[in-house]
Design a binder for this molecule. Structure first.
Ligand SMILES: Nc1ncnc2c1ncn2[C@@H]1O[C@H](COP(=O)(O)OP(=O)(O)OP(=O)(O)O)[C@@H](O)[C@H]1O
Ligand SMILES: [Mg+2]
Length: 240
């Protein structure tokens, strides 16, 4: 019997912007069906890791495998097609287009019109508020609703691994709870998730495994439940 290969495997990833070495040799894995979280301070390199996985920046070195297939350095449209789909920091909603237009624009390059319409209806069932307001401008949605639109847009591509960058950023405490409930629901629906979050406590509470990134490197890794009671994690990230 062989041990199952990880769904997503990152090996010795390096990302640099000119002279700035943002990620300096990070290795991590995400198994099918897991939520895995990356926590760490501002500027640690978390967004850079997700950007490299999503094909938005080319890694300087390292390997990324999805389902055993090498996807290192592929451009974004190909990583999306392969199943790595990013919900970016700040959501990148097109505020002057309607909710429906945001969804159609995201899906139309990859799906035939009929299939896309079915996929959009599926997202309206998942997020009824988006269906009710489909003809309104996306900019009129609240922050929490815009985050749902960003989730729906990503889910249209049927990700094998959904990459979430700071989904709770800028939201009130109640909306943060709602967004995490939504993340749990998406996960229960069968989607594997790699989550970057400032709210380490909540992130660890929904995850099975966690990595702590500091200065572009892995500082610590472990089962989420163990990280949550680790004295170093508590002191640095859980206000304990
Ligand atoms: N486009 C860029 N050009 C130059 N430097 C960048 C760029 N993007 C990020 N950096 C730098 O790379 C490092 C890592 O940034 P990154 O955004 O990946 O961190 P982060 O962990 O996501 O931080 P935050 O918690 O603030 O979102 C930082 O020093 C940052 O200033
Ligand atoms: Mg970031």
């Amino acid at each position: 019997m062989s041990v199952a290969a990880p769904l997503l495997e990152v090996e010795d990833l390096h990302v640099a912007y000119g002279q700035v070495e943002a990620v300096r040799g990070v290795s991590l894995r995400v198994d099918e069906g897991q939520i895995v979280t990356l926590i760490g301070p501002n500027g640690a390199g978390k967004t850079s890791i997700l950007s490299a996985l999503a094909g938005l920046v080319k890694p300087r070195a390292g390997r990324v495998r999805l389902g055993g297939v090498d996807v290192t350095g592929l451009p974004a449209h190909r990583t999306v097609a392969a199943g790595l789909v990013l919900v970016p920091e700040g959501r990148a909603i097109l505020g002057r287009m309607t909710i429906e237009e945001n969804l159609r624009l995201a899906g139309e390059r990859r799906q035939a019109a009929g299939a896309l319409a079915v996929a959009i209806e599926e997202q309206y069932r998942r997020f009824p508020v988006l269906g009710e307001r489909r003809r309104q401008l996306a900019g009129s949605l609240s922050g929490g609703q815009q985050q749902m639109l960003a989730f729906a847009r990503a889910l249209l591509s049927r990700p094998r691994v959904l990459l979430l960058d700071e989904p709770s950023m800028g939201l009130s405490p109640i909306l943060v709870q709602q967004i995490f409930e939504t993340i749990r629901e998406i996960h229960r629906g069968g989607t594997t998730i790699l989550l970057v979050e400032q709210n380490a406590r909540l992130a660890l509470s929904v995850s099975s495994f966690g990595y702590v990134i500091e200065h572009g490197r892995l500082a610590l890794q472990g089962a989420a439940a163990e990280l949550a009671i680790d004295a170093r994690v508590q002191a640095a990230y859980l206000g304990g």
